[in-house]
Write a protein of this length. Sequence first.
Length: 156
Amino acid sequence: MNKLILMRHAKSDWSNSNLRDMDRPLSSRGERDAPRMGQLLAAKGEWPELIVASPSLRTRMTVDGLLSGSGLQCEVRYLDNFYPGGPFAFQSAFQEFSDCCGIILLLAHNPGIEEFIMELTGEYKKMPTAAIAVFDLPSGNLEKAQLVSLYTPKDV
């Protein structure tokens, strides 16, 4: 593997307080942002071969938006331990899938995404909804991960 991409799901809809957190869909802004971020990844040549995501509705909808926006396809896997996720879950997924792909995108929730970025870089990076952090991985080594790009919907 030569790149790891971390993404926070797009903006969720909080209008129905009766929904379980797991069942919250994207807001109209989230439905707009997810395809734009997919288009950005495709245009930058950073399209993943595999997306590993939380099984929540908002992350599933974010995946659908990424795919439709990019016009590209890739394998998608949903892991229960990505809800809510965190550094241990993300490291485990990295170890499990790193040999199969050159670029993997891990898609989940905060605070786990920000915590994992802090663990990798030693620095706090704010990850608003639909934000994407791209890491180069020299020799496929997570311990040598280098943050090379941080994209937000406002950048697109």
